[in-house]
Design a protein around this ligand. Structure first.
Ligand code: ADP
Length: 588
């Protein structure tokens, strides 16, 4: 984005009125979505409505000192991000201003107004290594070289999507800034590492494919029951304190995505500060390097201006698309999309638009789906495959899922992880409700699970689902008449379901051996519980009372598999299964 300074705002138009983040101006001669600089201070804004000679602008900064009559400058460019090496290991605000650069410029963590900064460092040089030679033909999107962006990620330098392409007439290795040409094409075009892209427009890609690989999260309930596909969409709605942030962060840390884009969208200020402080400290379990080496953070706290919150999800997804184009699997987390929708609502009401449900604009559903639609498993323009998986947290007021943001999100996403205040209160974590949650990717991911985890994974998962369902129904009876009134076989189901909940579904994000569970271990725990179930059913058939079955010494050890080191799991479970068989068979 080009630089504005607070002294030389060109007077293309004049401010007519100011209402919070919404400013109107006359005579601007701008197009929809053009970026403008507003007032003597040159605050950044975007044209969102044009009526005759009246231009409505949403301003990304505090407008309290702006007055009618002040100048407005039109850049003639849509809101864009700078794409290139240097985005990883960086924390941005909602319009891609690096927070550390802003802080330095103002010498304080409190963002002043009218300060602009390019999204990537224009002075830093990168060691460029060509991957094509002079004489090669290249097209838009093709990779022509690489730079080591971080210790973890190799950044692919691509011919911009709007280039004509042609024969490479000059290219060489060396150190370049992001604005220096690294290659020259016969078309006369010069390729530099930096590309600009308007955030509200999806970057071009080939066809979306049906995703068939899971985004392995290392969370048993997700990988086991409600898997998300690479390129899929998921929503985590939940009331305050139910674990949205912990779940999003576990996904950021442990999911097998190459790149993580984490959008902290207007959550309470101090919570975002936590993320900003914590993330740079986190190690990357995949590589041992810092997690930030494959992460880009976009931070918009609720004390930042509302319009910047509206734009932050677009900034995030555009950055995600750029890494997708390089052939990477990107996981994008937005926490929370409710704050984003509230920003939309606030701007809409300032515009005096006709409000829809609960005051949200009528276009809420369209905006949500435009955002989630940018997720997918794609063939990229350069013939690679890349994906963007989008996981949106939703914070419905009072945990009421019938409100418009949750409902509209549910119509779009294919995976739903419903957080539950009751489970959280009972300290059952992750507090994901297995009755209400679902994944529509299950069937298409089954072949992957059969090939990569266990041939019977889908069947054993279905067995677990059935037991949990039956438990749900039996609990209703138990509440009326008590457990003792149930027949023996039903009491056994309750016992087995208890182990499914405690030994399998519960997972502690704060215990090192348990915070990441490989799919093999997820499967093995399940298998052990099923083994107990099958042996117990035989004992029951042979007349052993359920009381005695419950009391075998080995059974509670099922709860210990999760906290057993991954490499010790096979032996531990083999021994446990043997003890279970022996002890249960001794009873008859
Ligand atoms: P939210 O973002 O929904 O307000 P948080 O993610 O901050 O909620 O979670 C609230 C608290 O719940 C955490 O501080 C933690 O104590 C507990 N918690 C949530 N998920 C887990 C988990 N997987 N393991 C252990 N504790 C958890």
């Amino acid at each position: 984005m080009s630089q504005a300074t607070d002294t030389d705002v060109r007077e293309d138009g004049q401010i007519e009125s100011v209402s919070g983040p919404v400013v109107t101006a006359t005579d601007l001669g701008a197009r929809m979505n053009d970026v403008v600089y507003v007032g003597d201070e040159g605050l950044m804004g975007e044209v969102i409505e044009i009526e005759g000679n009246l231009y409505t602008i949403q301003v990304y900064e505090e407008t309290s000192a702006v007055a009618p009559g002040e100048p407005v400058e039109n850049t003639g460019e849509p809101l864009s991000v700078d794409l290139g090496p240097g985005m990883l290991d960086t924390i941005y605000d909602g319009v891609q201003r690096p927070l550390d650069v802003l802080e330095e410029k103002m010498n304080s963590a409190f963002l002043d107004r009218g300060v602009d900064a390019p999204g990537i460092d224009l002075e830093k040089t990168w060691e460029f290594e060509p991957t094509v030679e002079e004489g090669d033909e290249v097209e838009a999107g093709d990779v022509i070289g690489v730079v080591d962006e971080t210790v973890t990620i190799e950044h692919k330098v691509m011919v911009p999507p709007d280039y004509e392409g042609g024969e490479v007439v000059a290219i060489e290795a060396g150190n370049f800034t992001v604005e220096e040409p690294v290659a020259e094409l016969s078309s006369g075009e010069e390729v530099q590492m930096r590309q600009e892209w308007p955030v509200r427009e999806a970057r071009p890609a080939g066809d979306k494919q049906t995703p068939t690989t899971p985004l392995v999260s290392g969370q048993r309930i997700l990988d086991g029951l409600f898997p998300l596909a690479k390129g899929g969409t998921a929503a985590i709605p939940g009331p305050f304190g139910s674990g949205k942030t912990v779940t999003q962060q576990s996904l950021a840390k442990f999911s097998d995505a190459d790149i993580v884009v984490y959008i902290g969208c207007g959550e309470r200020g101090n919570e975002m500060t936590e993320v900003i402080d914590d993330f740079p400290e986190l190690p990357d379990p995949q590589t041992g390097n810092a997690l930030m080496a494959r992460t880009c953070l976009i931070a918009n706290t609720s004390n930042m201006p509302v319009a910047a919150r509206e734009s932050c999800v677009y900034t995030g997804i555009t950055i995600a698309e750029f890494y997708r184009d390089m052939g990477y699997d990107v996981a994008l987390m937005a926490d929370s999309t409710s704050r984003w929708a509230e920003a939309m609502r606030e701007i809409s009401s300032r515009l005096e638009e006709m409000p829809g449900e609960e005051g949200y604009p009528a276009y809420l559903a369209a905006r949500l789906s435009q955002f989630y639609e940018r997720a997918g498993y794609f063939e990229t323009v350069n013939g690679r495959e890349g994906s963007i998986s989008v996981i949106g947290a939703v914070s419905p007021p009072g945990g009421d899922f019938s409100e418009p943001v949750t409902q509209n999100t549910l119509r779009i996403v294919k995976t739903f992880w419903a957080l539950d205040a009751d489970l959280a209160e009972r300290r059952h974590f992750p507090a994901i409700n297995w009755d209400e949650s679902y994944s529509l990717y299950k069937d298409q991911l089954d072949p992957w699970y059969r090939d990569n985890v266990a041939e019977d994974f889908p069947e054993i998962r279905q067995w677990a689902v059935d037991i949990l369902d039956e438990e749900g129904e039996l609990q209703e009876i138990v509440q009326l008449v008590g457990k003792d009134a149930l027949p023996e076989d039903q009491r056994l189901i309750l016992e087995v379901a208890k182990y499914l909940r405690e030994a399998w579904l519960q997972q502690n994000a704060f215990i090192e051996v348990d915070q990441y569970c490989p799919p093999e271990k997820t499967y093995r725990i399940l298998q052990a519980i099923k083994h107990f179930n099958d042996e117990a059913a035989e004992a029951l058939d042979a007349g052993v009372p359920v009381e005695e079955i419950q009391n075998v010494d080995a059974a509670p050890k099922l709860n210990r598999i999760a906290s057993t080191e991954d490499d010790e799991v096979p032996e531990f479970v083999d021994d446990l299964e043997e003890s279970l068989s022996n002890q249960l068979r001794e009873l008859y």
